[in-house]
Design a protein around this ligand. Structure first.
Ligand code: UD1
Length: 417
């Protein structure tokens, strides 16, 4: 079984370059199937989710060429085939083929998507949206068969601004007749990234990044080109790392507006950093104050940084509190953090208390989910002794070249098959 092994307490200095955003890239690849012939996506991260998406696209008869972070997709011979369960369950984002294939062929058949086990994660908002556009949805066991003779644009109100549902509906609406208006849409930067790709391939999209998005459907979609935005969660994770054990650690590729909530929280707890262009420089904070954090949809504090910042708060002088409002099962990392010496208490399903500061000690731990795994590798990097992270492949689903990047700034870390 593969493991990440860390010998901690090595001061980290030098530069880490942020890769393209996982949550953008995993939507942009399925979006490329909307094009009649070719499209190119630049700055794609080297992560496991992308490998699986490419397998799905090849199964659908796309020709996919990967060249130094640029992925070119030739979808001229795209075939609409059911997506096998062993591929679709590898990640949650496989659900974006629902919107894309529905727009293109009026039919899609696939199993319920997978992804990290951090809560129930239903896709009812996606399904209701497809139905509003005129699709018929049949669910047999965990298999979804979605068909539409014709998709028709409509005004849709979301019960909750779901990232996945917003993107999926944008994809489906691209192939609908007339205009679709999504009200209470998600405003995350990944939505803007996908919208810019759609616009580039010929779909008229207005309002992405706001609560109301309008999409004019068209059959004339081709030659999309897009750059994946830098990954704001990878960026946030490495900034937190800098506050824990950096020495003038430079993080290159930051977009301030994408990480505003994190930066404000860091300032509040006493962490200093400097921003010059797209580079943030940060060193270990010797006097971390406790904080109260509530996860929210963008531009609020991102749930995906909740587990990483928990590790930082184990070093704060006093009691911190976290309220997780998006997922009901996102504190599984705290079991192993406590085994390493932290004191965290899950007060209710979505409330966590962290008592610091605590010295952490390396031991065997298990990465139960992607960002929980991140909180453990951060802990391992500041802990005394050796930390062995089992089930570490879940971390490789979202952190591009993590071992190489951390080694380059001085970490003693290795990946063992
Ligand atoms: C995306 C991100 C994930 C991030 C999350 C919130 C991807 C591939 N994943 O996940 O990293 O943690 O945004 O920022 O982009 N919900 C429903 N019904 C639905 C859809 C969602 O009840 O149909 C609920 C979910 O269970 C969850 C909340 O809404 O409690 C947020 O979900 P959503 O915004 O859809 O997140 P994902 O797109 O799954």
């Amino acid at each position: 079984m593969s493991k990440i092994i860390i010998n901690g307490q090595k001061e980290l200095t030098g530069e880490i370059e942020i890769s393209g955003a996982k949550n953008s890239a995993v939507a942009l690849l399925p979006a490329a199937t909307l094009c009649k012939t070719k499209s190119t996506i630049y700055n794609v991260p080297e992560i496991r989710d992308i490998d699986y998406l490419i397998k799905i696209m090849e199964h659908l008869n796309c020709k996919v060429t990967v060249d130094n972070g640029a992925i070119t997709i030739d979808s001229s011979k795209l075939k609409n085939k059911p997506i096998p369960e062993d591929l679709s369950v590898q990640m949650r984002a496989s659900y974006y083929f629902m919107g894309a294939l529905l727009a293109k062929f009026g039919k899609v058949e696939m199993s319920f998507p997978g992804g990290c086990n951090i809560g129930a994660r239903p896709i009812d908002i996606h399904i209701k949206g497809f139905q509003e556009l005129g699709a018929h949805v049949e669910i047999i066991k965990n298999r979804y068969i979605i068909t539409a003779k014709k998709l028709k644009g409509k005004k849709i109100y979301f019960d909750f601004p779901s990232v996945g549902a917003t993107i999926n509906l944008m994809l489906a609406a691209s192939g609908a007749e007339g205009t679709t208006i999504i009200e209470n849409a998600a405003m995350e930067p990944e939505i803007v990234n996908v919208a810019s790709f759609l616009i580039n391939m010929g779909v008229n999209v207005r309002g992405a990044g706001t609560k109301t998005i309008e999409i004019d459907g068209t059959k004339n979609v081709d030659n999309g080109v897009v750059d994946v935005f830098p990954d704001r969660i990878e960026c946030g994770t490495y900034i937190i790392l800098g506050a824990l054990i950096g020495k003038n650690l430079r993080i290159r590729g930051i977009i301030k507006e994408h990480i505003g909530a994190l930066l404000m929280k860091l300032t509040e707890i006493g962490v200093n950093y400097e921003i010059n262009g797209d580079v943030l420089t940060i060193s270990k904070c010797e006097d971390i104050k406790p904080a109260n954090i509530k996860t929210q949809v963008f531009p609020g504090f991102p749930t995906d940084l909740q587990q990483p910042i928990t590790t930082l708060l184990t070093q704060a002088k006093g009691v911190s509190n976290i309220e997780e409002t998006l997922y009901e099962n996102r504190f599984k990392n705290t079991y192993d953090l406590n085994r390493m010496g932290a004191i965290t208490n899950v007060l209710t399903l979505n409330k966590l208390e962290i008592k610091g500061p605590r010295k952490l000690k390396g031991t065997h731990v298990i990465a139960t989910d992607l960002r929980g795994g991140a909180s453990l590798f951060l802990a391992g990097l500041i802990a005394s002794g050796t930390t062995e992270i089992e089930q570490c492949d879940v971390i490789l689903r979202g952190y591009s070249n993590i071992v190489e990047k951390l080694r380059a700034v001085g970490a003693d870390i290795e990946y063992v098959e």
